[in-house]
Each structure stands twice: as C-alpha cells, then as structure tokens.
Design a binder for this molecule. Sequence first.
Ligand SMILES: [Zn+2]
Ligand SMILES: [Zn+2]
Length: 300
Amino acid sequence: MVSRVASSDELQVRFWGIRGSTCASGPQFMEFGGHTACVEIRCGERLFIVDAGTGIAALGSALGENVPDTIDILFSHLHLDHVGGLPFFKPALTKERLVRTYCGNLDGDSAMDSLDKLFSPPLFPVRLSQFPARFEHVGFKAGEILTFDDGTAVETHSLNHPGGATGYRFRHGCRSVCYISDVEHTEAWPDEALADFVRGADLMIYDGMFSEAEYPRCRGWGHSTWEKGVDLARAAGVKAVAIFHLYPGHDDACLRALEAEMQAVMPTAFIARERQSLTLDASGGEAVADWYRAAKVPAV
Ligand SMILES: [Zn+2]
Ligand SMILES: [Zn+2]
C-alpha cells in the first residue's frame, strides 16, 4: 500500500490528511477522508512532507522501511490541525534519524519553542527531544527560497491567515506543484503576488474550506472558497486545482455536489481525497488530463 517511489523525472503528490480545523469521522466521510492536513510530495525519489496534521501518522506507517535518514517537514504554520500528528509519526519514534522542520511565519524564528510548549506535560506526556529521532527546527521568512543539502530548492510565499502562513512551490523537471493553505482571499482578487507565485503550475493545492454561499459567516477566519481558488487558477494559468483543508462538517454527499459545481466551471478542478495519489510525469501537456482522470480513483 506504500505509494511506489517516483521515478527520477516524476513529481508525485499524495494526500494523507485533507481536513482543516479538526478531524471528521463516520460513515458519511469515507470517500474524502477525515484526517487533518498532511501531503507527501516526491520530487523524483526526494521526499518532502508538507504539514503534520493527523494524516502524518498513516504516512509514517506507509513509509515502512523506506525512510530517508533525513526527513524534511515543511509547515504552512503551526495551528493544531497542521502539527497535531507529529508525535505519532512512526519514523521519529523508531530510529535515530534527523527530522527537520521548517517554519516561515514567525519572523524567522523556528517552530521549536511552540512545539516544545505543545508537546510537553501536562499537554503531552513526552517532549520531542526525548524521541529516538533528533529534531532540528529551521526558521525562515516566507518569501525566501529554501535550499536543501542535495541542492533541491523550494520557493515560498507569505499567505493571508491569522498569524501568517507559508505557501510552497515545488518544481521538478518541467512540472510544478503549489501548496496554498491556509489562506483567506483578499477584497481585490486574485492577489497579484500570489498569482505570480502559482503562475503556470501543473497543480495548485488550495484552501477551499467554504463555498461562496457559506463564506459571509466565516469572513476573517483565514480561509477561502473553491470559487476563489478557481478564479486564482484561471488568472494564473494553473492547469489543475485540488481543493483542500476541507470543512469537517462537509460530508461526502456535500463534497460531491460541490465538486460537480466546480467541475462545471473548471473541469480539471477536484476535491482532494485522503490517500489519493497523483503522478505528474515529464511529458507535460495532455498528461495533465490523464493524471487527473487517474486521480479520481482513490488509491487505498
Ligand atoms: Zn488549518
Ligand atoms: Zn490555520
């Protein structure tokens, strides 16, 4: 059940947690899933993990023995739905290895102090520093380009969210994927700087927690709508959109209806499903539609 390791020219995305705010559970949530934010991104064989919501536990189990000695976890920000799964990430519990976290919304400070506060008694029985893995916490300012030991670079962008959040753009070969969560759209939309950041991407993972009909009640909460995601994608020439950070009250029937509405406007937009896996190969062009169709069948 482990996703196959991508060949060197592929960019692979797998959703392990797609909910925002808190988990959803029950028979009415089986299709889209219930865990909070966690996405596996493979640039060839190179693993990146974006956010450590509760979905990261299943990712850790699925990795099995196929775990690099150094694991990079990129946080959008540190709200609970993006960090709560971290102590349940098996590779950090089983072996001495390096887990590096990256946080870009604390004015250059790392996640260390915040995570120490959260994962210590009486809130949590043990500290991350007591784990077999060694944690290293890296702080940066959203907007900077992250460069890793192996020369890989990931672009970042500051997002409009209470306390700030960081968007990421992964490029590999001729493909690119953007992760834009958590974000609230602005009055003037699409935001020009954000449109520049995501321009021409093959896939944009976008915070579409609400619909436009629901949004007036949720204004100022730091989240957006699928409609604004589609507007941004169209303005910036983004080829496909995965709506993400799903409202925990939206069950399968509701999300299927929203997806149908959305696809009437943009056929390559869809709502992310837990464990759904997408492969973007090096061929470009028409392949986008091919991997999109493949993605409609959840790989479990
Ligand atoms: Zn969130
Ligand atoms: Zn948040």
